[in-house]
Design a protein around this ligand. Structure first.
Ligand SMILES: [Mg+2]
Length: 346
């Protein structure tokens, strides 16, 4: 089997409302949908570059795809490790472009095996609970957002924090007052160690499931101090991109947030998951703002490996859904039972 074509489309989709986290406010999604075909099968992938996290942009992703194209055409799509190695030795970085190609290759492989991708990756779960996200805003805005998500079926809320300690505490307390749903917080590197300890100590009484990356990504040793100082489990996100980062975090955090856009796809993410499991770390699978192509890949991966937590709601704020591939029902994400990634253009 040989790859006969690699095509891509740049997408721009406005968000229903601006999305605010510690370091930026976003009002539209820009990404790239990739389609790789053999004579028999076509696989889909998506690149959702987030420059502050993945170090790449839509423009650099397109440049990387131009460079990968002649290297990939005529290759056997089943030999994913070989293609990943070839991409890594051709360009350092550009994880979003690599992820898009990796998803399309896994899509083709699972179609050839005639199983949903999740089963090819281990088939550990049939559905996974996902958090829905409350971004940063006033107390009133926070409560309105939380109510809306709870009405939509959320069983877990992920509350973005990290800008203002007192306001963050008030926002989390207000949400706890209206629901028994699980609450996670995500600081997106916004606090100093000292502030993070103070805020999380204060939040212990609101039964927080875990706190994601409250302090800067480079402060690996401070993550350990933070973990030992508070009774809320600490999950690393921006501190962990690939398997080497997982090794560096052993013993310093309770778990890691694997995002396929950071790892450059499923192939590397499987290695990260193996290391994390062997080290007794919990595994969360997260996402960027993405269409259902990327979210389907993340959901198949999370189901396949049996992830402990998922935050796979990246398509929720898009004003259009150009692809279908996941379903959210009563707090859980489901994928299609078609073989492969199961993604279809609308
Ligand atoms: Mg995060």
């Amino acid at each position: 089997m040989n790859i006969v074509s690699l095509k891509w489309d740049v997408l721009e989709i406005p968000l229903k409302k601006p999305f605010r986290i510690t370091y930026e406010t976003i009002d539209k999604y820009r990404g790239v949908i990739v389609k790789i075909c053999t004579e028999e099968y076509c696989g889909y992938g998506e690149a959702a570059p987030a420059p502050r996290i993945t170090g790449d942009t839509v423009e650099s992703t397109v440049a990387a795809l131009h460079r990968f194209k002649p290297l990939i055409i005529t290759k056997d799509p089943v030999k994913i490790g070989k293609i990943v190695e070839m991409m890594n030795s051709s360009i350092v970085g550009s994880p979003s472009a690599k992820a898009a190609i990796d998803f399309a290759l896994f899509d083709i492989l699972a179609q050839k095996a005639d199983v949903p991708l999740k089963d090819l990756l281990g088939g550990r779960k049939e559905r996974i609970e996902t958090s829905l996200t409350v971004d940063i805003g006033s107390l009133e805005y926070t409560l309105k957002s939380a109510r809306k998500l709870l009405d939509a079926g959320a069983k877990v809320l992920k509350v973005k924090i990290g800008l203002n300690p007192q306001e963050d505490i008030e926002r989390v307390r207000a949400i706890r007052n209206i629901t028994d749903a699980k609450i996670r917080v995500d600081g997106n590197q916004g606090y100093s160690l000292k502030r993070a300890i103070r805020v999380l100590k204060e939040m212990e009484k609101y039964e927080i499931e875990f706190a994601e990356q409250p302090i800067p990504a480079s402060e690996i040793d401070n993550l350990k101090i933070l973990r030992e100082s508070v009774d809320i489990p600490i999950i690393a996100d921006e501190s962990v991109h690939n398997s080497l980062d997982v090794l560096r975090l052993i013993g310093k955090v309770d778990g890691i947030n694997i995002k396929l856009m950071k790892s450059g796809g499923i192939y590397e993410a499987m290695r990260m998951a193996s290391i994390a499991r062997a080290a007794g770390m919990r595994i969360m699978v997260g996402c960027m703002i993405e269409t259902q192509v990327g979210i389907a890949a993340g959901t198949h991966f999370a189901l396949g490996i049996g992830a402990d937590y998922a935050d796979l709601d990246g398509y929720w704020d898009l004003t259009e859904q150009p692809y279908e591939g996941v379903e959210f029902r009563d707090g859980y994400n489901y994928v299609s039972d078609k073989s492969g990634l199961g993604v279809v253009p609308k």
